[in-house]
Ligand binder design. Structure first.
Ligand code: FES
Length: 146
């Protein structure tokens, strides 16, 4: 019994998964073979979160560690030439919202829904999603988080 007790902490430690790294690549649904991009913030505060090709292939770009923020970028359903970037942290209890291609951000945890402008369409959330400024520059999707 003593031997089992002494080996237990090692077994438990071995079962724990690795925490996500700060350099985890953005999620676009397009696989992990996307080329790396320079996400160093520029002088104007914008930084590249992905490419236009990634955005259009998956319909969104999501990065939960982008410049210290949880960012989800989509094309504006009302004007495909402009972008919408929100903080994907649900304002109810902090789950991540997803983009529904039809034009809403939805939270699977308790069913909240948010319009493209971040406003609440359905509770239990009562506060809008945080928003960031996003733009396209050449073939890059840029987001300014502060
Ligand atoms: Fe999103 Fe509850 S955390 S609806």
């Amino acid at each position: 019994v003593g031997m089992l007790a002494t080996s237990l902490p090692v077994t438990l430690a071995a079962c724990q998964s690795e925490p996500p790294t700060a350099d985890a690549p953005p999620t676009t649904g397009g696989g992990t073979d996307a080329p790396a991009i320079d996400d160093t913030p520029r002088e104007d505060g914008f930084a590249a979160i992905g490419t236009v090709a990634q955005l259009d292939e998956a319909g969104f770009i999501s990065d939960k560690t982008f410049q210290g923020e949880q960012v989800l970028v989509v094309r504006d359903p009302a004007n495909a030439d402009s972008l919408i970037a929100v903080n994907s942290l649900c304002t109810h209890q902090g789950c991540s919202v997803d983009w529904e291609g039809g034009g809403d951000f939805t939270c699977a945890c308790h069913g909240s829904a948010f319009a493209p402008d971040g406003s609440v369409k359905a509770g239990p959330a009562t506060d809008p999603l945080g928003k960031f400024t996003a733009q396209i520059d050449g073939d890059l999707v840029l987001v300014k988080v502060s």
